[in-house]
Design a protein around this ligand. Structure first.
Ligand code: IMP
Length: 181
């Protein structure tokens, strides 16, 4: 069983859902009367996005982009980002909210922000489920944050280790003996 690989549960399913409901309420209030486009960064944020938008009570659209880092290890990105799949929507003049699973060094989100900025959206804000604040290497503006977490490699609720564990309904930490750097 996948669950047997988890050493510690950091955020339970109930805690996730309660916080996501709060984020949905805040986003609905802030974007009231505005044309909101939620941009999901694949693949990790897809579970978060799907729960979040069901807590957003105003009309909005969504789109997806996929990015990947070159090189690095299984648990650390290099910060050299490339777009694997771009948006299908023209975001010029739109109110764009980037939805991320986790911000670690900040390099990925920083790249996405500067890339999307050049497309002249009316506004560009960020929402991340998890924030590994103490690992930040570049400053990125975070407008909505689910949880600030310690410097631990986490899995579940969209987050993977070697493409596995995304389907766990909670955020957990793998048993240390299962990591290969
Ligand atoms: P950053 O560029 O260092 O901020 O890392 C961002 C990306 O690295 C995230 O979108 C994740 O795909 C991945 N990542 C960072 N930390 C973790 C983690 O603890 N678990 C799973 N993936 C992570």
């Amino acid at each position: 069983m996948l669950k047997d690989d988890v050493g510690e549960i950091l955020i339970t399913e109930e805690e996730l859902q309660a916080r996501i409901a709060e984020l949905g309420r805040a986003i609905s209030a802030d974007y009231q009367g505005k044309d909101l486009l939620a941009v999901c960064v694949l693949r990790g944020a897809v579970i978060f996005l799907s729960d979040l938008i069901r807590r957003i009570t105003i009309p909005h659209e969504m789109d997806f982009m996929a990015v990947s880092s070159y090189g690095g290890t299984r648990t650390k990105s290099t910060g050299v980002v490339r777009i694997l799949m771009d948006l299908t929507t023209n975001i010029e003049g739109r109110n764009v909210l980037i939805v991320e699973d986790i911000v670690d060094s900040g390099l990925t989100l920083s790249y996405i922000l500067s890339n999307l900025k050049t497309r002249r959206p009316a506004s560009l804000r960020t929402c991340t489920l998890l924030d590994k604040q103490e690992c930040r290497e570049v400053d990125v503006p975070l407008d909505y944050v689910g949880f600030v977490i310690p410097d631990k490699f986490v899995i579940g609720y969209g987050l993977d280790y070697d493409e596995k564990y995304r389907n766990l309904p909670f955020i957990g930490v793998l048993k240390p003996e299962l990591y290969i750097e």
